[in-house]
Design a binder for this molecule. Sequence first.
Ligand code: GLC
Length: 445
Amino acid sequence: MKELATMNVNQAALLDRAKEILHFNWKEGFTIPCGKLYPFQWNWDSGFVSMGWGHFNLDFAMAELKSLFSGQWENGMIPHIIFHSENETTYFPNHDFWGTHINPGAPNKPKTSGITQPPVHGFVLEELLAQHPDKSELEGFAKMLFPKIVASHRFFYQYRDPDREGLVFIYHPWESGRDNSPLWDESLDRIEIDYTTLPPYQRLDNSIADPSERPTSQQYDRYVYLLELGRRNQYDGPGIAQESPFLVQDSLINAILIKSNESLIRLGERWRLDVQEIREWQQQSRKAFQSKLWNQELQSFIAYDKRADKAILHKEIGGMVSLFAGIPTEEQAHRINAYLMDLHQRGFYICPSFDVDSSLFDSKRYWRGPIWPQMNWMIYQGLKAYGCHKTAEIVRQDLLELVSRLGFSEYFESQKQLLNDITKGYGGGNFSWTASSVLDLIQNP
Ligand code: GLC
C-alpha cells in the first residue's frame, strides 16, 4: 500500500466533486445528507453542510440554517429531522410515526421528529463569520439567528439537566449522533420490551444500505421503544427523566454544547449583548465535564449512564471531541494525542469511532469502528488548537486519502490493511457532510 506522503490526493478534483455533491443534494432551500437513505434535513448534518456551502455559496449556507431553524419548537429544541416533504416514502420513522402534534409547541409545518442532536450551530455560525468577515448580509443573518441558537441551548439546560449539574442527558441513541455505538449496548440491553405494546413498524434503511453496515433489528426495536416513550411524554415532559431506562450524559453532545457556548459568548460580546446566562451555563458545564467525565484508567473522557449511575467505561471518539471544545488540560490532551499517534503507528486510519482493542469493535458497522468525516474535521481542529500539529495533519490526510480512494461515502474502513481489498466506502454514497468536511479541510487547512 502507498505511504501517506506519496499518496497522490488530487485536491482540485476533490473540491470539484465536493461542490457537485452539495449541489446534487440541494433541495430548494436545504441539503439532504444523502439521496434515498436520508431524504430530509438533519440537524447536525445541516450545520456542517452550511459551513461547506459557505466556501462557495453564502446564500445557500444561510438558507440551509434558516430552513433548519424553521423546524425549531417553542421549547427551543431543534429536532433531529425536519421533514420538509411529507410524501417521501423511503424513510422510517416518518413524520406520522413521530406524531409530534402531541406537543403543542411543535410546528405543524414543517413536520419534525421529536428528539434532538448535537448543537453544532453556535460554532458553525462563528465559522461562517470567520469565512466572510466583511459580508454585512451575513452579519445581519447571524444576529437574527443568534437568539434562536441561544434558545436551543436553553432547551438543553432546562429540559435535559434535571439535577442542574451542567451536563445534559440524551434519552435516545439517535440524539448522540452515534446511533449504534457500543457505548449504548448495556443501557439498551436493560430495556425489556413488551412486544404486545411495541408499535408495529418496518425499517427501510436495510433495503437501501448493506444490513451488515447498519444497526441490528434488536437495536432497532429499542430505538422504537424509546421513541414511543418520548411520545408518551410529549417529547419534553418530566416523565422522560423519571422513566427512561436510557438516560445518558454523553461526552460528544456535552463537548459540542460547550464548544458552541464559547462561540455564542464571543459573538454576543462582539455585538455587546448580554451573555451572562451563557457564561453561567458554560462555567458549570466545563467544571462538570472535567470532574465527572474524565476517566483516569482509560486516560479518556467517557459517557455517564445517569440511570444506572455509573460511568460507561469505553474509549471512543466522542471523548476526543473534548479537544475541539478546549476542555482537556495540557496533560489530558497529551494523552489523547499519544493514543491517536499509537493507533496511527499500528496501522489504523485515525480516528476510528470506537476502541480498536475492544471485542465490540467492528470496523465496518456504522458507529462501532469506522472513520466518520465530520468527526475527523472536529478532531483535526482540536488537535491543532492544542499544538499537536503532526497528529492533526495525519487526521486530515487520512480522511482526504480515504475519500480520494473510496469516494464521498458516509463512513469508511479504519484498518489500513483491509484497504487493498475494498473499492468503496460504507453506508450511503455522495454524502453531504463528507463533501463539506473535505471542502473545509482543503480550503481552510
Ligand atoms: C445517521 C448518523 C447521524 C446522522 C444521520 C444523517 O443516523 O448516525 O449522526 O445525523 O445519519 O446523516
